[in-house]
Design a binder for this molecule. Structure first.
Ligand code: KG4
Ligand code: ZN
Length: 341
């Protein structure tokens, strides 16, 4: 008898993007995302509004993913969903939907750690693509709005955090500085955009004094705040007149910190397969500076743009690897806002 293909529906709702994706035998067939513009007016994600928007978006987004993939719900092998970390109200919408859909279809449920999903995004391939993925073991710098970690990845489902931030995440640093510069949320992509027109050496900000594999960004945030207050007292137009140079200088500081920690990790572990993941891996300067590591003999892997920021394809591919190992969850499983890797 011919075995049917493994088809996974992935659902992601940990923050402010409602996303669904279909992976068939490890190949991506559909990746649909509904962004929530409702938060822009507030300068950040409002959790209550995020869960309400997820409730409105989840059915149309899943429906669109199935249609785009040309897959009917009866063909699904399992449903993978983000179970944490993230905003509890947002996680509850995705997990409740996934549980009821799986119950109705009588198929297995697979819970996925969002941060593991970001890392395994490196294994998402198009149906006709011969994907060049990192070889195990590899190091992954995972940089998002809530996390900054260096992870040693020994296998698809075997990974360990070997360094992380002791306070703010890199994405948070980008977003908080952007807010000080009166840029709308999320500010990271805008800082990146203005930085491309500026002089990164115009202003100098300090690097934190922490352990070799630890990160800290709260000092940078305070130092940018004091710097802006001082300059604005002298010239109220300081930000508008120097926006590109401020963005370029702050971005250079953040990226230099990330790269120097990654180099420390390469030295300590002797692992030369290097990957980056998470929203900040979309940053153009970080992508460029990774070339330095290539010059030091490392193989560097950068996810496609669409798989850097939050998406459900990364949840579906993780679900696929868990399906192969029969790692299923139950209807009793509850989301964990602070889930660890
Ligand atoms: O992974 P992600 O989409 O969501 C979380 O899991 O947090 O990451 C979002 C973060 C935000 O802080 C956003 O400002 C940042 O990624 N980000 C960027 C860029 N694109 C997204 N930061 C710097 N440069 C970018 N191009
Ligand atoms: Zn994320």
């Amino acid at each position: 008898m011919q075995q049917s293909s493994i088809i996974i529906l992935g659902i992601e709702s940990s923050c402010d993007d409602t996303a669904a994706a279909i992976i068939k035998e490890g190949k991506i067939l559909a990746n649909v995302i509904a962004n929530q513009d409702v938060h822009i007016a507030y300068g950040g994600v409002v959790p209550e509004l995020a869960s309400r928007a997820h409730q409105q978006n989840i059915v149309p987004v899943v429906d669109a993913a199935l249609k785009k993939a040309g897959v009917s719900k009866s063909e699904l092998s399992a449903i993978a969903y983000t179970n944490g970390p993230g905003l509890l109200g947002s996680l509850l919408v995705g997990s409740s939907f996934a549980k009821s859909f799986a119950l109705g279809l009588k198929i297995p449920l697979i819970e996925v750690n969002h941060m593991q999903g970001h890392i395994l995004a490196h294994f998402i391939a198009a149906p006709d693509e011969q994907k060049k993925a990192p070889l195990f073991p590899f190091l992954c710098l995972t940089v998002s709005g809530g996390h900054t970690q260096i992870v040693r990845v020994d296998d698809f489902l075997k990974m360990e955090v070997i360094g992380e931030t002791i306070d703010d995440a890199a994405g948070e640093a980008f977003d908080k500085v952007a807010k000080m510069l009166q840029l709308p949320y999320p500010g990271g992509p805008l800082v990146d955009k203005y930085a491309q027109l500026g002089n990164p050496n115009r202003f100098v900000f300090p690097h934190p004094k922490v352990d070799a594999l630890s990160f800290s960004f709260s000092g940078l945030k305070t130092s940018v705040l004091y710097f802006l207050q001082k300059e604005l007292a002298k010239n109220p137009n300081f930000i508008t007149e120097n926006l590109n140079d401020i963005c370029a200088s702050v971005q250079k500081t953040i990226v230099d910190i990330l790269i120097s920690k990654l180099k420390n990790a390469v030295k300590q572990t002797n692992i030369n397969q290097i990957a980056i993941a998470g929203g900040v891996s979309a940053n153009s300067e970080l992508r460029k500076k990774l070339e330095d590591l290539k010059n030091e003999g490392c193989d560097v892997f950068i996810p496609k743009f669409e798989f850097c920021t939050d998406n459900a394809a990364m949840i579906a591919i993780t679900g696929y690897f868990k399906f192969l190992q029969h790692q299923f969850s139950t209807q009793q499983s509850i989301p964990n806002a602070r889930m660890k890797l």
